[in-house]
Design a binder for this molecule. Structure first.
Ligand SMILES: Nc1ncnc2c1ncn2[C@@H]1O[C@H](COP(=O)(O)OP(=O)(O)OP(=O)(O)O)[C@@H](O)[C@H]1O
Ligand SMILES: [Mg+2]
Length: 351
């Protein structure tokens, strides 16, 4: 296991695992490891929140224990549950022996009382099906605990998480209290689909992961897809940056930029020239996930006004803003950074 001397050492270690962090982010992650504070990462889809936990585990030589959150996640999936199949098998193996003993109690009530008084060892650690939170606490070696997409669970699960993060212990009524055998580095991620509780935020170091600078995004593309020539990476990154300026329903994420750069490389190789200009439509398909976004981008890139699109024809009350669109709340929430607030009425008019 590695602790990192400083944020520069951490940044280098992450880079060796193909994760490109900027200085500010490296400082925050380093602080979280040194202060033993959970790190809450918020930001739009596909900007490297989950990947940070994976890279940190790899760089720190720690096992990654992942709790994927979803609506309806409960204790039995997050903490532990009893392994009924194993318990049943255990009792079956003891059946003959138990039968012998029960022969001494011909009366049913006596036999039942005798059984109730026995401890068959069924409620002990060996019959626990350990789930991620408990695993992170009882692991003798410190792990990286990733609580992914914590905003998808209910607040009750958040409360449970808080308790465990604060107390570093878990009580199982039948067994007792497990106190942490090691201190995990905890990373929580959120797409901000709902407001997290103030208590959770207070307990964590909090960092907003945004879209990278073009320079860092080029580095990411080259790290993740080394076959992509530098010039192609630069062109695709620039293209994505242009798209992120538009009021789209979903802006291109880093993972989509990587896919698009790969596609551009293959297509440019076949076309025989190094430029991506002729594969623009393929890139749009790789970078954008909504037909409406593709149409909007095409119109804007071509600089031709869309005849369907006349803001003047639409009464203000019926204009739908980007923020009020239903699908991708994440882009709506985070796009403040991309300048997407402009021209929203124009987008609304096209729907
Ligand atoms: N800083 C980075 N360095 C290297 N690769 C990155 C970086 N950021 C993102 N990526 C690439 O983008 C992909 C998507 O990142 P990741 O799955 O971590 O996104 P996310 O923020 O967790 O998104 P979501 O909210 O949708 O879960 C990664 O698999 C990785 O290939
Ligand atoms: Mg993720």
């Amino acid at each position: 296991m590695t602790a990192f001397a400083d944020s520069a050492a951490l940044k280098d270690a992450l880079r060796r695992h193909d994760y490109i962090a900027d200085d500010e982010f490296a400082v925050v992650v380093h602080l979280a490891t040194v202060l033993d504070r959970p790190l809450l990462l918020e930001g739009p889809a596909g900007v490297g929140k989950t990947e940070l936990a994976k890279a940190l585990a790899a760089a720190g030589g720690r096992k990654l224990v992942r709790l994927q959150c979803y609506e309806g996640l409960d204790d039995s999936r997050a903490l532990y549950e009893w392994d009924y199949a194993k318990q049943l098998l255990h009792v079956q193996m003891l059946r003959d022996r138990i039968g012998d003993r029960l022969a001494a109690y011909p009366d049913l009530a006596d036999a039942s009382r005798f059984l109730a008084e026995q401890d068959f060892g069924l409620y002990s650690e060996s019959f626990l099906a350990v789930r991620p939170l408990l695993e992170a606490v009882i692991s003798p070696e410190p792990v990286v605990l990733l609580v992914d997409e914590v905003d998808r669970t209910e607040e009750s699960m958040e409360a449970l998480l808080l308790e465990i993060l604060a107390e570093r212990q878990i009580t199982i009524p039948e067994v007792g209290t497990f106190t942490a055998r090691s201190a995990p580095w905890v990373i929580l991620t959120s797409n901000d689909t709902r407001e997290l509780s103030a208590a959770l935020k207070r307990r964590c170091l909090h960092y907003h992961v945004g879209y990278p600078t073009p320079e860092r995004e080029r580095e990411i593309v080259t790290a993740r897809a080394p076959e992509v020539p530098a010039a192609t990476a630069a062109e695709v990154v620039e293209f994505a940056r242009t798209l992120r300026e538009m009021p789209l329903r979903k802006s291109p994420s880093i993972s989509e930029v990587i896919d698009a750069a790969r596609a551009a490389t293959v297509l440019s190789a076949h076309a025989g020239d190094g430029s991506i200009r002729h594969v623009r439509d393929v890139l749009l398909a790789a970078l954008l996930k909504y037909t409406g976004d593709v149409t909007l981008a095409r119109t804007r890139l071509d600089g031709t006004p869309d005849p369907e699109e006349s803001v003047a024809d639409v009464p203000p009350a019926e204009r739908v803003t980007v923020a009020s669109r239903p699908a991708n709340t994440t882009t709506a929430v985070f796009r403040g950074r991309g300048g997407g607030g402009r021209d929203t009425a124009r987008v609304g008019a096209r729907r």
